[in-house]
Design a protein. Structure first.
Length: 239
């Protein structure tokens, strides 16, 4: 793969400290929901080795733009990304990644996202709703507070509109929130996963989030009796 030129079209805050970057999609660029790209910045303050960062693609293939979303942490790359203004040129390389939705619609899909790990699942969900997929879909989405929860309103809208989709969002540190929340507040563990996913038909589980969460969720699913062949995760792109 070779890098292709693109342009930042706009930026959008989607949660506290979390920003979506909408990019021009190069002509002929194709990808599968759940895949990622390298976003390459041309910033003189960055060294050659620090100009590239991998991000999961948030947008679905049918959308006109490519969108990536990230927590704006204090790193040289993120500071450079934060300095970009609409119209700035960037380059993209990809797509890559193999955590994509299984084809067999008779088996449900259960997505488990921690924080910004929601990004590959947004692409999968948007694509599934656009194509009217027959898959039964569930999202288990863990954040500390509603303020930290990217795309929450969009996901709540999908849950109201699509009977084959259920979302279980949990906020695990409401003592530090200025918002109200009437949903789940439990940590996601084996008992939680077993309880909320019990009605799914032969589910395949997908996990994305911080490395520690991915390890913990794979262990919890294994302890709940889920076969390792039915658990899919990979190094997450987006921090």
């Amino acid at each position: 793969m070779s890098a292709q030129p693109s342009v930042l079209l706009k930026r959008e805050t989607v949660a506290e400290g979390t920003v979506a970057f909408h990019l021009l999609k190069p002509a002929g660029f194709e990808f599968k929901p759940g895949q990622a790209i390298d976003l390459i910045l041309d910033d003189p303050q960055l060294g050659e080795d620090s100009r590239v960062h991998a991000f999961s693609i948030v947008s679905a293939p049918h959308e006109d733009t490519l969108t990536v979303t990230t927590r704006m942490r204090d790193s040289a790359y993120k500071r450079a990304l934060g300095r970009l203004e609409p119209g700035a040129g960037v380059s993209i390389d990809g797509p890559f990644g193999s955590m994509i939705l299984h084809n067999r619609a008779s088996r449900a899909a259960c997505f488990i996202a921690g924080g910004i790990g929601i990004t590959p699942f947004m692409s999968m969900l948007r694509h599934s709703f656009k194509t009217e997929s027959a898959h039964q879909l569930m999202l288990i989405y863990s954040n500390r507070r509603p303020e930290d929860c990217a795309f929450l309103a969009e996901l709540q809208g999908y849950a109201r509109q699509h009977e084959r989709f259920k979302m279980v969002a949990t906020m695990t540190d409401m003592g530090k929130s200025a918002s109200t929340w009437s949903g789940e507040t439990s940590l996601v563990d084996g008992a939680f996963l077993t309880r909320v996913s019990a009605a799914l038909e032969s589910p395949i589980f997908y996990v994305a989030g911080p490395p520690g969460l991915v390890v913990a969720m794979r262990a919890a699913l294994g302890a709940a009796g889920i076969d390792d062949d039915d658990i899919r995760s990979e190094d997450f792109f987006g921090y």
